[in-house]
Design a binder for this molecule. Structure first.
Ligand code: IPE
Ligand code: IPE
Ligand code: MG
Length: 252
């Protein structure tokens, strides 16, 4: 049995983060426009949150748009933003029914106003739900988050009566508080679909000790079984957090 970052043993990851990749290739293989892949991908996103909640996952982060995705063709970016504005209001009732609290991670200020409004409205409406947190990562980049954290920390340090002492007091736990969200648990399981084995600037800080799981499945083909394989795999891993296997099993 593995243990979470706070040392308690658990076989279900509390925080699952997913890099939902492969929408474009899924569409291309079918001779469809890339946007159709994104549309199908959005359907899977909605379902995976419900499957994860049923499995006992408490937080699920979905990488929906990275800071680097702005470099895609303008029509694709526009289409992705339009999808967001259109789908969120439509999904609201279902999120309420399933106890999904919507949170965001990333700099929303660069999103089109309509998308920002749809996201903020859904976050507000679902704020009291408590079954699972869906963290929608929009215009998110892990490096950008860390730079923002350093700037935030700098301002805090400058305001302290003894800045040098304050700077010395910053460790891993303290620095975490300067990142964009305070209420995220460490990522326990990071899943990437679509066959690529890279992190692509996702959750660089919070996934420091995440278990990684790569699947060849294109995101629009993701299924409940696929999620279950990843969860089973996670349950079979031994998380050592730098310790030896003997040390870890002693606590078990
Ligand atoms: C992931 O699918 C969705 C987003 C990045 C928005 P892709 O669009 O990257 O799909 P591929 O990698 O081109 O197949
Ligand atoms: C990562 O996928 C971003 C999202 C899933 C939103 P990409 O398809 O953009 O990643 P790279 O460019 O292949 O690394
Ligand atoms: Mg991709």
């Amino acid at each position: 049995m593995n243990r979470s970052t706070d040392g308690t043993s658990c076989s279900v990851p509390r925080h699952v983060a997913i890099i939902m990749d492969g929408n474009g290739r899924w569409a291309k293989e079918r001779g469809l426009p890339r946007l159709e892949g994104h549309r199908q991908g959005a359907e899977r996103a909605r379902e995976v949150v419900e499957w994860a909640a049923d499995a006992g996952v408490k937080q699920i982060s979905l990488y929906a748009f990275s800071t680097e995705n702005w470099d895609r063709p303008k029509a694709e970016v526009r289409g992705l933003m339009a999808l967001l504005s259109m789908l969120l209001p439509r999904e609201l009732g279902r999120m309420q029914k399933n106890g999904v609290r919507l949170l965001t991670l990333g700099d929303l200020s660069l999103l089109p106003e309509r998308a920002q409004k749809a996201v903020n409205h859904a976050c507000h409406e679902t704020r009291l739900n408590a079954r699972i947190d869906l963290i929608l990562c929009l215009n998110y980049g892990g490096q950008q988050e860390i730079i923002a954290g350093v700037k935030h920390m700098y301002h805090w340090v400058c305001e302290q009566p003894e800045p040098e002492k304050a700077l010395e007091s910053i460790g891993v736990e303290q620095f975490r508080d300067f990142l964009w969200r305070h209420d995220l648990m460490p990522v326990d399981l990071l899943i990437r679909t679509g066959g690529e084995c890279r992190i692509s600037n996702f959750h660089l800080w919070d996934a420091a000790y995440a278990e990684l799981y790569f699947s060849d499945i294109y995101w629009p083909d993701y299924s409940k079984d696929e999620l279950q394989y990843a969860l089973n795999d996670f349950a079979s891993r031994e998380r050592r957090f730098g310790q030896t296997s003997e040390q870890v099993s002693k606590h078990g």
